[in-house]
Design a binder for this molecule. Structure first.
Ligand SMILES: Cc1cc2nc3c(=O)[nH]c(=O)nc-3n(C[C@H](O)[C@H](O)[C@H](O)COP(=O)(O)OP(=O)(O)OC[C@H]3O[C@@H](n4cnc5c(N)ncnc54)[C@H](O)[C@@H]3O)c2cc1C
Length: 467
C-alpha cells in the first residue's frame, strides 16, 4: 500500500470523516494541519474560534495517535504558500495520495485547485470529498436543472433525496477498519509543534464555556436529543432558555458531522419539533449551497444585485455603539454583550441585531457581518453571510425589506420577564418586566436610545423603495 496524506482543515474529528476514512482505506496515512495566521486575519477569523481550533487539534492529535496516525503541524503565512508546502511534503514523505474534505468558499476552492495542480505535477492523486453537508450541493436542483433560490422547495427536494436514500450515511461513508501500523517518518524540519504556531492568547473562560473534542460534542448532541429537542419548537426563540443545541461551534469546525446530528434527531422520532430542528440543519446546507452556486456572495456582494446601491450609512460612532451594546435598546444591548462575553449569540437575537443595524441604523450589513466573524466562535462564512443578507433583505429568500422587527416588541415577546436582559446588562437588574423592554420606560440611568424607531423605519423603507 502507498502512503496517503489526510489534510485536516475544518473537519477536526476522527468519526465520520470522509477524507480520513478514504485515506486509511487507500494506505498508510499521515495527517497534516496547516496553520495560516495571515489568512485567518484576512478572513476575520475570531481569536476565540482560532483558540477553539488549537484546543481541538490537541484532542485530535491524541485521537489519531490511537489509530497510529501521526498528525503533523505546519505554519505558513497564507493560502498562497500552501501549494509549495504540499509539494515539499509530498516529496519528503513519498506521498501517493492527498485526501481532503471540500470547503465551499471561493478562496478555499482556489487554494485547493492550486494544490491539485501540484499533485498532478507529481503524479499524486488528489481527492476531494463532499463531507460538510447532508447533501452535496451539486445533487439538489429544480426540475429545470437550476439551483434553488428559495429555501422551502430546496428543503423539500433535499428531504425527498434523504428519505429515498433511507439514511444520510448513504451519502457519507461508513468507517471501515480505521487502524494501521504506525508509519516510520523521517523528521521534516519544516513541521512544527502545535504550540509553536502563532495562536491567539487564550482568554477568560473560553475553554470552560466551549470544551474541546468530539466526545464532548457527541455528549452535547445526545443531551440535546434526550432532553431538549422535544421542546425545540416552543423554546428555540427564547434566549433566556437553553432551548437550542449550542452545537454550532462544533459543526462549524467539524468537531461533529452534520450526518451524526441528523441521524440522532431522526432516530428520536418525527414530531414537529424534530422536523424544525432538522430544518435548521438544512438551512446550514442551504447557505453552503448558495455559496457554491452563487460565488459572487463570497466577494462582498449582495446576492440580489437589485440592492447593490442601497445608500448605506457609514456612521462609525453609531456602529461602535452597536458593537459595544450601547444602543439604549435593552435586548439589542444584551445580545451584543452575549457575543462579547461568550463568543456566541442566540439565533433570534442574531436576526434582531442584524436587522437593527441594517434597517434602523441603515448601516452597511457588511460591517455587521465582519464584526460577527471577528467575534463568533462559530463564525462560518456561508451561514454568517446568509444570515446577514437575510436580515438586510439583500439575500436569497431574504426577509422582505418592509418587514422590520421592532426591538421593543421583540423583547416583550421573546424575553417577556426580561431575564436574558438582566443576565447580560446588570445595570438593568432592578427593572420590572414592564419597564425593562422600552428605552422610554427604563427607571435606571441608561444609554439614550440611538434612534427613533418610527423615523428610522421610514428612512429604511424609503431607501429600499428607491432600488
Ligand atoms: C445574522 C446571522 C448571522 C449568523 N451567523 C452564523 C455563523 O457565523 N455560523 C453559524 O453556524 N450560524 C450562524 N447563524 C445561524 C444561527 O444563528 C446559528 O447557527 C445558531 O444560532 C447556532 O445555535 P445552535 O447551535 O444552538 O443552533 P440550533 O438551533 O440547535 O440549530 C442546529 C444547527 O443548525 C444550524 N443552523 C441553525 N440555524 C441556522 C441558520 N439560520 N442558518 C444556517 N445554519 C443554521 C447550525 O449549524 C446549528 O448549530 C447566523 C444567523 C444570523 C441571523
Amino acid at each position: 500500500m502507498s502512503r496517503q496524506l489526510c489534510w485536516f482543515r475544518n473537519d477536526l474529528r476522527v468519526q465520520d470523516n470522509s477524507a480520513l476514512i478514504q485515506a486509511l482505506n487507500a494506505g498508510e496515512t499521515v495527517g497534516i494541519y496547516i496553520a495560516t495566521p495571515q489568512q485567518w486575519q484576512m478572513h476575520d477569523d475570531a481569536p476565540i474560534k482560532i483558540d477553539f481550533w488549537r484546543r481541538n487539534l490537541e484532542v485530535l492529535q491524541n485521537e489519531l495517535a490511537k489509530l497510529q496516525v501521526p498528525l503533523l503541524f505546519f505554519q505558513v503565512k497564507d493560502y498562497q504558500e500552501i501549494p509549495a508546502l504540499i509539494e515539499k511534503i509530498i516529496e519528503q514523505y513519498s506521498i501517493a495520495g492527498v485526501h481532503y474534505n471540500i470547503e465551499y468558499p471561493l478562496n478555499e476552492r482556489r487554494r485547493d485547485a492550486a494544490v491539485e495542480k501540484v499533485c498532478d505535477k507529481h503524479k499524486v492523486k488528489a481527492v476531494a470529498y463532499e463531507d460538510q453537508c447532508l447533501l452535496p450541493p451539486d445533487l439538489v436542483f429544480t426540475k429545470q436543472g437550476q439551483p434553488f433560490k428559495v429555501f422551502t422547495p430546496y428543503a423539500r427536494a433535499s428531504r425527498e433525496l434523504l428519505e429515498t436514500a433511507g439514511s444520510v450515511s448513504a451519502y457519507g461513508l461508513e468507517p471501515d477498519s480505521l487502524s494501521q501500523e504506525k508509519p516510520a517518518l523521517a523528521t521534516l524540519d519544516i513541521a512544527c509543534k502545535l504550540n509553536d504556531i502563532d495562536w491567539p492568547e487564550e482568554q477568560g473562560n473560553w475553554a470552560k464555556r466551549w470544551p474541546a473534542g468530539e466526545q464532548h460534542a457527541n455528549r452535547q448532541l445526545r443531551h440535546f436529543v434526550e432532553h431538549s429537542i422535544a421542546d425545540y419548537q416552543e423554546d428555540r426563540d427564547k434566549p433566556a432558555l437553553e432551548g437550542t443545541s449550542s452545537l454550532s461551534p462544533y459543526l462549524c469546525s467539524g468537531i461533529i458531522s452534520v450526518r451524526a446530528c441528523w441521524e440522532a434527531a431522526v432516530s428520536a422520532g418525527s414530531n414537529a419539533s424534530i422536523r424544525t430542528w432538522c430544518n435548521e440543519l438544512l438551512w446550514r446546507d442551504f447557505y453552503k449551497y448558495v455559496m457554491h452556486h452563487f460565488p459572487h456572495v463570497c466577494m462582498h456582494q449582495a446576492w440580489n444585485d437589485k440592492y447593490d446601491n442601497v445608500p448605506w450609512r457609514h456612521d462609525e460612532q453609531e456602529f461602535e455603539r452597536w458593537t459595544q451594546g450601547e444602543t439604549g435598546f435593552p435586548l439589542i444591548d444584551a445580545a451584543m454583550q452575549q457575543l462579547l462575553q461568550t463568543g456566541w449569540m442566540h439565533n433570534r437575537l442574531r436576526m434582531l441585531v442584524a436587522m437593527f443595524l441594517s434597517k434602523n441604523l441603515l448601516i452597511d450589513w457588511r460591517w455587521g457581518e465582519r464584526w460577527f466573524m471577528q467575534n463568533l466562535i462559530d463564525g462560518d462564512f456561508a451561514a454568517n453571510n446568509g444570515g446577514w443578507q437575510w436580515s438586510a433583505s439583500t439575500g436569497t429568500d431574504a426577509a422582505p425589506y418592509f418587514r422590520i422587527f421592532n426591538p421593543v416588541r421583540q423583547s416583550e415577546r421573546f424575553d417577556p420577564e426580561g431575564e436574558f436582559i438582566r443576565q447580560y446588562v446588570p445595570i438593568l437588574a432592578n427593572e420590572s418586566a414592564k419597564t425593562i423592554h422600552d428605552p422610554g420606560k427604563l427607571q435606571a440611568e441608561y444609554f439614550e436610545a440611538l434612534v427613533d424607531l418610527k423615523f428610522s423605519r421610514e428612512r429604511a423603507l424609503a431607501a429600499f423603495k428607491k432600488q
